[in-house]
Ligand binder design. Structure first.
Ligand code: FES
Ligand SMILES: [Fe+2]
Length: 397
């Protein structure tokens, strides 16, 4: 975050602290319970957010060197990402053009990809290099048998992709003005520490909701997070469909003793972004943590997420590793013992008929923004064919 933005946000937080208030929305928002239980909505979300995308995969350091590759299957589409010799990144469908087998598994470093079924071999760029008994496929041009390419963009040290071949996306629209913050973090030079995968019986949006207010800290996290962060206090800003929340650490007041020119807000806060639709990106002062959430199984009340911790310096010593392990364990203990068991109870309650709506208070503007954005995106996608038809008719007239 730019220094001037840090000062502006710190001023806001200090004022909220004094007046015992927080960033607010205009009114209470009623969110239909069906948002978390409707199979039809889930099908539309899968199609739009996870099939068409784009969404972010993580930081560029997941694939630091030429030849590094990783598979990604969480979106329901078999994706293969490969770092090229020139340092650029390519994404392809992990589907052999002979009969459809997966050409790569897991992650690692490779010189080429040889399909385990009949041995068709592809280069790092996805081109078909060779196929055993080539004569038997003579009338099928090799050049037309490359792995199907996907649009992938690396910007500010983050990777975005769309899992639909031929789909394009406009990064300016995707970022919605978040460049201003993301460009300042130097994420290009961060290092991957560890990724953990969790599966829970909750709708994927409930996982995102978990991060979108600090109202619950004093009740649910009384002993874990509440001693560190102020409860029910934070700034909120929308960046297109993305959003930013800044929660204040209890040390925030120390800033008052310093001249504004020396203010650095990051060590006194937790800066939480939703990179729409399914990534929560947390700038934690001395490290970054990301949550990438996807529908799993039936998708309505099952989700899978991978959580990654990135550090500004590689963790080389035992003491550095111990430090980050403790950090990660504490984070996991909080969500696994406090947030997600509670969320699973909510999800079961959604089916009870107790109510048709849940409430997002004025003090929960980020929840309101996230759910309005989901609905807005789905409505826009729904209207697209109609709009295209109208545009075509207008052209014909
Ligand atoms: S399916 Fe890959 S070589 Fe046959
Ligand atoms: Fe929580």
């Amino acid at each position: 975050m730019l220094h001037q933005d840090q000062v502006e946000q710190a001023r806001k937080l200090l004022a909220y602290l004094e007046t015992r208030t927080t960033a607010t929305a205009d009114g209470v928002y009623r969110n239909e319970v069906s948002d978390y239980t409707c199979p039809k909505q889930l099908a539309r979300e899968r199609e739009l957010f996870f099939k068409r995308g784009p969404f972010t995969i993580g930081l560029s350091c997941l694939l630091p060197k030429p030849g590094d590759y990783m598979t990604h299957d969480y979106a329901g589409v078999p994706i293969l990402l490969v770092r090229q010799a020139d340092g650029s990144l390519r994404a392809v469908l992990n589907v052999c053009r002979h009969r459809g087998a997966r050409v790569a598994e897991g992650s690692g470093a490779a010189r080429d990809f040889s399909c385990p079924y009949h041995g068709w071999t592809y280069g790092l760029d996805g081109r078909l290099l060779s196929r055993p008994d080539d004569r038997s496929f003579a009338e099928i041009d090799k050049a037309g048998c490359a792995l199907r390419e996907l649009e992938v963009v690396e910007k500010y040290g983050l990777i975005w992709l769309s899992p639909t071949p031929g789909a394009r996306f406009d990064m300016d629209a995707v970022l919605g003005g978040l460049d201003r913050d993301l460009a300042t973090y130097g994420l290009e030079s961060y290092h991957h520490y560890e990724t953990r995968v969790l599966q829970r019986r909750i709708n994927w949006k409930v996982v995102i909701d978990t991060f979108l207010e600090s109202y619950h800290l004093s009740a649910l996290h009384q002993r874990t997070v509440n001693p560190i962060l102020y409860s029910n206090l934070g700034t909120f800003d929308a960046f297109g469909r993305n959003l930013r929340l800044i929660f204040a650490r209890r040390t925030l007041g120390e800033l008052r003793a310093k001249p504004e020119a020396d203010w650095r807000l990051i060590p006194y806060s937790a800066v939480i972004y939703v990179l729409f639709p399914n990534t929560v990106f947390v700038m934690q002062g001395d490290h970054v943590e990301t949550w990438h959430v996807f529908p799993a199984g039936n998708g309505i009340d099952e989700s899978v997420m991978y959580v990654t911790l990135y550090t500004p310096e590689p963790a080389l010593t035992a003491s550095a590793k111990g430090h980050w392990d403790r950090n990660f364990d504490l984070l996991m203990a909080t969500v696994e013992k406090e947030d997600f068991p509670l969320s699973e109870g909510m999800q079961r309650g959604f089916y009870s008929g107790a109510q048709d709506e849940v409430l997002f208070g004025r003090n929960e503007p980020a929840l309101q923004h996230f759910h309005k954005s989901v609905k807005g995106a789905l409505a826009e996608a729904e209207n697209e064919p109609k709009k295209r038809k109208m545009d075509n008719e207008a052209v014909r007239r």
